[in-house]
Design a binder for this molecule. Structure first.
Ligand code: 5GP
Ligand code: MG
Ligand code: MG
Length: 183
């Protein structure tokens, strides 16, 4: 679906499909250079990173493997606690592999910081992070993110894999939700 299909459910479109694709193409060029001649494994974090993973992987000129993890944060409400449960682990042994974690959005970075320490204990040859979006809080989390699509303000966004209550993941653009959708 595109922004016309959701009408007044968005207050504004922050990024169009063209803007998302051209930023991913730029990042893919940098990632090509970094991992040229290396055995790259992309690790996508379900479910939000599905669109980024699909588009980033196809924008690369080098070969890559892909694997997925599903995690869930414990804790109440919308606040992430940083305590994470692995719902689906990797199928791949990452020892000695060059691993690039592909994320949709980093807010507090608590979930990711757990994930990174878990993956680091498996002894990869290298471990880096690419995220499509990053919010201001993330900078304080101490998680070092190598590739960032866009730094965005502290607003709740949907589309391009990002949901509100399970919806809008299949929206091709990214935007902010109208208040009437929450109520
Ligand atoms: P963190 O542990 O970094 O605070 O949580 C990141 C996760 O929170 C993301 O993977 C995503 O599921 C969710 N999240 C954070 N900000 C947003 C947002 O603006 N929109 C949506 N749809 N999800 C968000
Ligand atoms: Mg995520
Ligand atoms: Mg969500």
């Amino acid at each position: 679906m595109d922004s016309a299909d959701v009408g007044d459910e968005l207050t504004k479109v922050l990024y169009t499909p063209d803007q998302l694709a051209s930023r991913l193409k730029e990042l893919a060029g940098e990632i090509d250079t970094e991992y040229e001649g290396k055995d790259l494994l992309l690790v996508g974090v379900l479910s939000g990173a599905v669109m980024v993973m699909a588009d980033l992987s196809r924008a690369l000129s080098i070969h890559c493997d892909m694997d997925w993890m599903a995690i869930s944060s414990y804790g109440s409400g919308t606040q992430s606690s940083g305590v994470v449960r692995i719902l689906k682990d990797l199928n791949t042994n990452i020892s000695g592999r060059h691993v690039l974690v592909v994320e949709d959005i980093i807010d507090t970075g608590l979930t990711l910081s757990y994930l990174i320490s878990n993956l680091r204990s498996r002894d990869p040859a290298s471990l880096d992070i690419m995220t499509m979006f990053r919010k201001p809080e993330a900078a304080k989390s101490g998680v070092d993110v190598r590739w960032i699509g866009f730094d965005i303000p502290n607003e709740f966004v949907v589309g391009y894999g990002l949901d509100y209550d399970g919806r809008y993941r299949n929206l091709t653009s990214v935007g902010t939700l109208s208040p009437h959708v929450y109520s």
